[in-house]
Design a protein around this ligand. Structure first.
Ligand SMILES: [Zn+2]
Length: 107
């Protein structure tokens, strides 16, 4: 009987953990710092640039599916201003999300 309760508790933990990640890509610690829910690393804040509203670059379905598994990559923003990226923005990202997305896209 104890084994059944233990198995149920483990299953419940797994379900709750996976649901929490899908709902919230980030969480705050007690100091109010924002962390990646996937990698548990503090997000890095930086100044960058978003696409100009006159430009529309649509990602492929394959890219969208892969990128969705790394919730805090924010690779759709640029560090440097260019013809395509003209709107200054303050944004945050997880370095591990960016690294893992980059590795996955190379495969
Ligand atoms: Zn991450």
């Amino acid at each position: 009987m104890k084994t059944t309760h233990y198995s149920f508790a483990c299953l419940l933990c797994i379900l709750l953990t996976s649901c929490a990640y899908k709902d919230e890509p980030t969480y705050n610690n007690s100091k109010g710092e924002k962390f990646c829910s996937l990698h548990h690393q503090r997000l890095i804040s930086d100044n960058g640039f978003a696409q100009s509203p006159e430009v529309c670059i649509l990602p492929t379905d394959e890219y969208t599916a892969i990128a969705a598994t790394f919730p805090n990559h924010n690779s759709d923003l640029a560090e440097q201003k260019s013809e395509l990226y003209t709107l200054p923005v303050k944004y945050s990202y997880c370095q591990s999300c960016r690294d893992d997305l980059s590795k996955k896209l190379k495969n």
